[in-house]
Design a binder for this molecule. Structure first.
Ligand code: NAD
Length: 448
C-alpha cells in the first residue's frame, strides 16, 4: 500500500499510520529501484521542475510567513540540484584503494542507508527541507520529510509541490509539530537528519538511540563577528549589517554578537546603520522588504531579550517593535558584557550587541567562554591573527572578512561542532552523510 502525503489534523498522526508510511518506504527501498543513478537523477530533475512551477506560489507564501522573498531558498535549492546532477556519477563512484597485494581489487562503495527521516526548520523553510532531501535522494535513499509547521504557508506549498512531483514510494511528507514528530521519532529509520534548536536536538538524539539510528544535527549557537584593527571597517560593517538584517536576523549562521575594539566602534555603528538605510530606506517599519519575525512566540521571546537592554539604557539604535505585525526594528546595543541577558542565549533576532575588548587574547577568551558556535566570522587581513583563530577557537566553520560565506559554498562541508551540531552536508558531503562507505575487497584465487 502506498500512502499519499499525510496532512492530518494536528495531533492526529497515529502511530500505526506512521508505522505504515515508514514500512512502505522500507519496502520500496528493498526493491533496489533507488540504487539506479538514472532513477535518482529522474527524481532530482522532477524536484527541479517542481521548484520552477511553484516559484510564484513560494513567493506569496514567503511573504506571508516572513515578509521576505523566497529567492534565496528556491535559487540555492535549484543550484544544489544542478550541482548534484552534474557531479552525481563522480560523487558516487567507487573509490579505489590499494589492496593487500597487487592482485586484489579493493575499493570503497557508497551504499545508500535505507529510509531516512529529514526534519526541517522554519527560518529557511524550503531550503532546510530540500537540501537534505536532495542529498538523501541523490545517495539512493527513501525519505520521510517533516517540514516545519511554524512556516505554515511555505510548508503548505512545499507539500503540494512534493505531492505533485515526487514519487510517493520514494518521498513522503508528514506535516505537523512536536506531537507528530514525536510519533515519527518512535519509528525505526536508517538515519535522522534534524535542523533546529539545540534542546530539540537532544530529544531527537535520545529518540534515535533507541534504534541505534545515526543522526545529523544541524543546530544553533552564538556566532561572533570578531573585528580587528587589520580590517576595512566599512566593508566589515556592510557585511555584518547585510547578514544581520537578512530574514530579520533569523539565520543560524549570522552574527550573534560583535567583538570590537572601542576605537573602531563609532565607525562600525555608523557604517552598519548606513547599510541598513541603503537596504531598507529610513523607515524600516514601512519598508516593503524588511522581514518580519516568524511567530508571536518568537516575537515575545525577542521582546523579553530587548527589555533588559532597554532597562540598562544600552540601546544606541533601534529598539522599537510592534506585536501586531511581528516587527522588530534593527537594533544595536553597546557596552554589552558576557554577563548580560543578550549573551546567555542565541538571539536569532535583528539585535546586534557589541562587546568591546582590549587585547586579541581577551577576544579569544570571550569566544571560548561560549559553546562552540556554527561559525566564527573574523575580520582581519593579518595572517597571524587568522592562524590564531583557526588554532585557538573551535566552531563548525570560519569565515574571514565575511559572514556566513562558508555556508554558501557547496564545496565546503556545512555543520556544527559540540553544541552547534554534529555531522555535515552540502555537495558531496550530503552524499557521504546519506551513504555508508562500504569496504569491498575482491581477492584473486590464483595467488596466495
Ligand atoms: P522549528 O520550530 O521549526 O523546529 C525545528 C523542527 O523541530 C520542526 O520541524 C519542529 O516540528 C520540530 N520540533 C519542535 N519541537 C519538537 C519536539 N519537542 N520534539 C520533536 N520535534 C520537535 O525551528 P527552531 O528550532 O525554532 O529553529 C531555530 C533554531 O534552529 C535556531 O537555534 C537555529 O540556529 C537553528 N538552525 C540551525 C540551522 C543549521 O543549519 N545549523 C539552520 C536553521 C536553524
Amino acid at each position: 500500500m502506498v500512502y499519499t502525503l499525510v496532512n492530518e489534523a494536528p495531533g492526529m498522526l497515529r502511530q500505526a499510520n506512521a508505522g505504515l508510511i515508514v514500512a512502505d518506504l522500507h519496502a520500496s527501498f528493498r526493491t533496489h529501484r533507488t540504487h539506479s543513478l538514472e532513477f535518482r537523477k529522474e527524481q532530482l530533475r522532477a524536484l527541479q521542475r517542481g521548484l520552477k512551477e511553484f516559484d510564484d506560489e513560494f513567493a506569496v507564501a514567503f511573504e506571508a510567513d516572513l515578509n521576505r522573498s523566497s529567492y534565496l531558498d528556491v535559487s540555492k535549492a535549484t543550484r544544489a540540484i544542478q550541482t548534484t546532477l552534474d557531479k552525481l556519477d563522480e560523487m558516487t563512484a567507487d573509490r579505489i584503494t590499494s589492496g593487500l597485494n597487487e592482485f586484489d581489487k579493493s575499493f570503497v562503495h557508497l551504499s545508500p542507508l535505507g529510509t531516512v527521516l529529514v526534519i526541517g526548520a522554519w527560518n529557511f523553510p524550503v531550503l532546510l527541507a530540500l537540501e537534505p532531501l536532495i542529498g538523501a535522494i541523490a545517495a539512493g535513499n527513501t525519505c520521510v520529510l517533516k517540514p516545519s509547521e511554524v512556516s505554515e504557508h511555505s510548508t503548505a506549498v512545499l507539500t503540494r509541490m512534493l505531492d505533485k512531483f515526487m514519487d510517493p514510494t520514494v518521498v513522503q511528507v508528514v506535516n505537523g509539530g512536536p506531537e507528530e514528530t514525536t510519533v515519527l521519532l518512535k519509528e525505526r529509520f536508517d538515519h535522522i537528519f534534524y535542523t533546529g534548536n539545540t534542546p530539540v536536538g537532544r530529544i531527537v538524539m535520545a529518540a534515535a538511540s533507541k534504534h541505534l539510528t545515526p543522526v545529523t544535527l544541524e543546530l544553533g549557537g552564538k556566532c561572533p563577528a570578531f573585528i580587528t584593527e587589520h580590517t576595512d571597517i566599512a566593508v566589515a560593517a556592510q557585511r555584518i549589517a547585510y547578514w544581520k538584517s537578512l530574514n530579520a536576523g533569523q539565520v543560524c549562521l549570522t552574527v550573534d554578537y560583535v567583538l570590537c575594539p572601542k576605537n573602531l566602534q563609532e565607525d562600525l555603528i555608523k557604517n552598519v546603520i548606513t547599510t541598513w538605510h541603503e537596504l531598507f530606506g529610513k523607515d524600516f517599519r514601512n519598508s516593503n522588504s524588511y522581514p518580519r519575525i516568524v511567530s508571536r512566540k518568537q516575537f515575545d521571546r525577542i521582546s523579553k531579550l530587548m527589555e533588559s537592554a532597554k532597562e540598562q539604557n544600552k540601546i544606541v539604535f533601534g529598539g522599537k517593535s510592534e506585536a501586531d505585525n511581528l516587527y522588530v526594528e534593527p537594533t544595536i546595543v553597546t557596552d554589552v558584557t558576557e554577563q548580560d541577558g543578550l549573551m546567555q542565549c542565541e538571539l536569532f533576532a535583528p539585535i546586534l550587541p557589541i562587546i568591546n575588548y582590549e587585547t586579541f587574547d581577551d577576544a579569544l577568551n570571550i569566544i571560548n567562554g561560549q559553546e562552540h558556535p556554527l561559525n566564527v566570522n573574523l575580520f582581519s587581513n593579518n595572517q597571524d591573527q587568522i592562524d590564531r583563530v583557526l588554532k585557538e577557537t573551535q566552531s563548525g566553520a570560519v569565515s574571514v572578512n565575511d559572514v556566513s560565506s562558508c555556508g554558501m559554498n557547496d564545496c565546503l562541508p556545512f555543520g556544527g561542532v559540540g553544541q552547534s551540531g554534529m555531522g555535515r552536508y552540502h555537495g558531496k558531503y550530503s552524499i557521504e552523510t546519506f551513504s555508508h562507505p562500504r569496504s569491498v575487497m575482491i581477492r584473486d584465487q590464483a595467488h596466495l
